[in-house]
Design a protein around this ligand. Structure first.
Ligand SMILES: [Cu+2]
Length: 157
């Protein structure tokens, strides 16, 4: 009888410990520390031709699996995440409506000829040497603000 009581008390203790752990996990964004995304090499093409759209490129490295879900910039009315795809033998670009997957610890480059950030409805032309503030929003990590340099990217191979 005593033995049974002890076991049931032990079970209750274990159960409440599990519930506490679950609650703690539910509140934290991730068990292995806060999710972060490092951003490097942010660059936007200049618009000397008077067009009100341009492409921006950068490299993202997420500390844990994440997703770039949106981009904003005060210099443009609209910013989208674009992919390049071939349709009827023609290279087209289209919006990645579900964003861009970022595998844990892997550098993901948005580069000419591939995925890029599209700034549309630019409020003024962008000249080389200027800077463009970009705010990147992720599924897990806190939003990251960067200042992209305006300049020509190295020629794509
Ligand atoms: Cu585009």
């Amino acid at each position: 009888m005593t033995h049974t009581l002890e076991r049931s008390t032990m079970t209750r203790l274990l159960l409440s410990a599990c519930l506490l752990t679950l609650a703690a996990c539910g509140q934290a964004s991730a068990p292995a520390g806060p999710a972060t995304v490092a951003v490097s090499d942010a660059l936007c093409r200049p618009t000397p031709n008077g067009r009100d759209v341009t492409g921006c490129y950068l490299t993202l490295t997420a500390s844990q699996a994440d997703r770039l879900i949106s981009v904003g910039s005060p210099v443009s009315g609209l910013a989208q995440i674009h992919e390049m795809k071939t349709e009827n033998g023609m290279m087209m670009m289209g919006e990645l409506k579900d964003g861009l997957a970022l595998p844990a610890g892997e550098a993901v480059s948005l580069a000419p000829g591939g995925n890029h950030i599209m700034l549309l409805q630019l409020k003024q032309p962008l000249a080389a040497g200027e800077q463009v503030p970009l705010t990147l929003t992720f599924e897990h990590a806190q939003p990251v603000g960067v200042r992209a340099a305006v300049g020509q990217p190295p020629a794509a191979s």
